[in-house]
Design a protein around this ligand. Structure first.
Ligand code: G4P
Length: 284
C-alpha cells in the first residue's frame, strides 16, 4: 500500500480478508455500501470473490451529494454486472423500508426454496460491508434503530457480533464488514481524499485542492469559475485564489492564504456547495 500519496491502513488487509470471510459465512445476503460520488473508488472488487456464494445488494449511499445523471449511469453499470443496486441517503428514515424491500426481493429465491421445504418465516441474515466512511454504521443504525457495535474502523478489534432483528424478516449483523480501498490505482486515493474519506492531517491539501480543481474543470466545466467569480479559462492557481478572495482568506500583505483557500474548495465540494458532484463515471 506504500508508494501512494493518499494510502493508509497498511498491514490490515490480511486481517480484513480473514474477518470478512469468516463473517460472510454467517449470512445469506451481503449489502455492499458504496459512496455514490465515487462508486468505483469506494469499492473493493475483492468483494466479488469473497461474497461469490451470497445474495448481493449494492447501496449507492450519500446520493444526496451525488450527480443524479451519473448515479443513473452507475445503476445501469451494476445492473450489467448482475447486482441489484439501491440509491440511498442512509441518514433518512425511509431508507430502512427501501433496504428491507430490496433485500427480500434479492433473496426471493431462497425464501421460495425454504417455503417448498415447509420452512416459513425464517429470517434472511444480512451483513453490511464497505470501506470506511461510506455510511455503513449510519445505514445499520437507520435500519435497526440502534447504534451499531463499534469496530474502530480497524479489523482485528474484538468484535461481538450480534444479530439485530428487523420487522421485515431480516436479521442484520450489528458489526459492519470492513473492506479496504483498492489503492493500487493512484486515482482511488486521490478521489477518496477529495470526498473527505481519508484523514486530512496526512494529506497535502494545497496539492489535493489543485488536483480537485483540474478534475472538476474536466467534469463540470465552468462550475468552479462561476462559484469563485473568476474567468472561465482561469488557471488552477487563480481558481484557488478566487476561492480565498471570496471568503476573505487573506494573509498579511494582501496575499491569499492558499492553505485555507484550498481547504475552502475541499469543504465546498464535500458539503455539496459546488452542487451535486460525482467524480467518476462507469468505464473510465
Ligand atoms: P462508516 O460506518 O462506513 O465508516 O460510515 P459512517 O456511518 O460513520 O458515516 C460516515 C459519515 O458519512 C458520517 O458523517 C455520516 O453522517 C455521513 N453519512 C452517512 N450516510 C450519509 C448520507 O446518505 N448522506 C450524507 N450526506 N452523509 C452521510 P460524519 O461527519 O463523519 O459524522 P456526523 O457528524 O454526521 O455524525
Amino acid at each position: 500500500m506504500a508508494g501512494n500519496d493518499y494510502g493508509w491502513y497498511p498491514g490490515h488487509m490480511t486481517k480484513s480478508i480473514r474477518a470478512i470471510r469468516e463473517e460472510l459465512k454467517l449470512v445469506d445476503l451481503c449489502i455492499e455500501v458504496l459512496d455514490a460520488r465515487v462508486p468505483l473508488s469506494s469499492r473493493n472488487p475483492d468483494i466479488d470473490e469473497l461474497a461469490k456464494d451470497k445474495y448481493r445488494l449494492i447501496v449507492l449511499n450519500k446520493s444526496d451529494l451525488a450527480d443524479e445523471k451519473k448515479t443513473a449511469a452507475w445503476i445501469e453499470y451494476f445492473k450489467s454486472l448482475g447486482i441489484e443496486t439501491l440509491v440511498l441517503c442512509a441518514k433518512e428514515k425511509k431508507t430502512s423500508d427501501a433496504v428491507k424491500k430490496a433485500a427480500m426481493n434479492v433473496c426471493r429465491e431462497k425464501i421460495e426454496r425454504d417455503k417448498k421445504r415447509g420452512i416459513v418465516g425464517r429470517p434472511i441474515r444480512a451483513m453490511v460491508c464497505g470501506i470506511p466512511n461510506v455510511g455503513k454504521s449510519t445505514l445499520i443504525n437507520t435500519i435497526t434503530g440502534k447504534a451499531p457495535a463499534k469496530t474502530g474502523n480497524k479489523p482485528g478489534v474484538t468484535r461481538n457480533n450480534q444479530w439485530v432483528k428487523t420487522s421485515a424478516g431480516i436479521d442484520l449483523l450489528d458489526t459492519p464488514g470492513l473492506l479496504w480501498p483498492k489503492f493500487e490505482d493512484k486515482s482511488v486515493g486521490f478521489k477518496l481524499a477529495a470526498i473527505g474519506s481519508i484523514n486530512d492531517q496526512v494529506i497535502n491539501l494545497i496539492q489535493l485542492a489543485g488536483e480537485v480543481t483540474v478534475l472538476m474543470n474536466e467534469l463540470y466545466p465552468g462550475a468552479l469559475a462561476a462559484k469563485y467569480d473568476v474567468q472561465e479559462d482561469a488557471s488552477v492557481q487563480d481558481i484557488i485564489k478566487g476561492a480565498g478572495l471570496r471568503s476573505g482568506l487573506i494573509v498579511k500583505g494582501g496575499e491569499v492564504d492558499m492553505q485555507r483557500a484550498s481547504e475552502q474548495i475541499l469543504n465546498d465540494l464535500r458539503s455539496g456547495k459546488l452542487g451535486k458532484v460525482t467524480l467518476e463515471v462507469p468505464h473510465q
